[in-house]
Design a binder for this molecule. Structure first.
Ligand code: NAP
Ligand code: GCO
Length: 267
């Protein structure tokens, strides 16, 4: 009888983590590599790819980096083909690449709204569509979409982001529904508030030493009473990428320190 830990092994698998030049994507790619996967990632710039390759190498990981804008169907198709030729067809896709624009709705241009939706919702569709045929041929596959608290909740200034991440939750459920019969599982990971460059403006320390009001707000809304770290996503992503989750499908796994369960600390 094999021990249970073999179910979490990714040996022999090829993983593509989009936008994994730093931040949450980098941490997840690192974890997938440590679990045995061959890891590919992309960024929009050669400079970021090269910088990230060095960072992966410093951690003993021989990653494969590609310059690719995930909103561009041809670039995505070419990158998926190159990964297939150079490493092997994609077994695990993590749709991580994403942007946010914090602008009050009445001040947001339609083009800005479209840009966020294009990256955070349309691109996960494009990349999933590019890797599904190989997964169907293999009779197995894992697609993990990086959702958000804003897949469930709204707040001021993030209308485009919330709309996109809410849509991404439903795209996740639909891929799960449409391709579950091919032994392909599509799930979401919903990080809470994580200390990365994306949330840096919300955590800034003022010249007088005070913290951004949002920092205090989030700590009061989080039972764990801390911001999340990109490393907090590493165990969950290995679980969802491995055969340990073969009967988990269409689920959004929130990694939020309890925010969605909590009304918030009484002032
Ligand atoms: P980040 O530090 O801003 O990193 C975002 C990554 O996405 C960058 O590596 C960027 O790469 C890439 N990217 C953006 N647009 C792209 C495009 N068109 N094509 C290819 N790559 C693109 O953000 P993060 O905090 O790590 O967030 C990663 C994911 O987690 C995002 O989907 C975000 O919405 C989600 N999330 C974050 C938090 C949080 O609190 N931080 C919480 C919940 C969910 P280049 O700029 O190098 O191209
Ligand atoms: C914001 C934050 C959040 C986080 C994350 C929460 O401005 O509210 O950036 O959106 O990035 O998505 O899960």
């Amino acid at each position: 009888m094999k021990d249970i830990m073999h179910k979490f092994s990714l040996e022999g698998k090829t993983a593509l983590v989009t936008g994994a030049s730093h931040g949450i994507g980098f941490a997840m790619a690192e974890a997938l590599a440590q679990a045995g996967a061959a890891v590919a990632f992309n960024s929009r710039s050669r400079e970021q790819v090269d910088k990230a390759l060095r960072a992966y190498e410093e951690r003993g990981i021989r990653a494969h980096g590609y310059v690719c804008d995930v909103t561009d169907e041809k670039q995505v198709a070419d990158t998926v083909s190159r990964i297939r030729e150079e490493i092997g067809s994609v077994d695990i896709l993590v749709n991580n690449a994403g942007i946010i624009k914090r602008i009050p709705m009445l001040e947001m241009e339609a083009a800005q709204f479209r840009q966020v939706v294009d990256t955070d919702l349309n691109a996960p569709f494009i990349v999933a569509k590019a890797v599904l045929p190989d997964m169907i041929k293999k009779g197995r596959g894992k697609i993990i979409n990086v959702c958000s608290m804003m897949s469930e909740l709204g707040r001021e200034t993030v209308s485009a982001y919330a709309a996109a991440k809410g849509g991404l939750k439903m795209l996740t459920k639909n891929i799960a529904s449409e391709y579950g019969a091919y032994n392909i599982q599509c799930n979401g990971i919903g990080p809470g508030y994580i200390a990365t460059s994306q949330t840096a403006p919300l955590r800034e320390v003022r010249t007088d030493g005070s913290r951004h009001p949002f920092d205090r707000f989030i700590l009061a809304k989080t039972p764990a009473e801390r911001w999340g770290l990109a490393e907090d996503l590493q165990g969950p992503v290995v679980f969802l990428a491995s055969e340990a989750s073969d009967f988990v499908n269409g689920h959004i796994l929130y990694v939020d320190g309890g925010i969605l369960a909590y009304i918030g600390k009484q002032p």
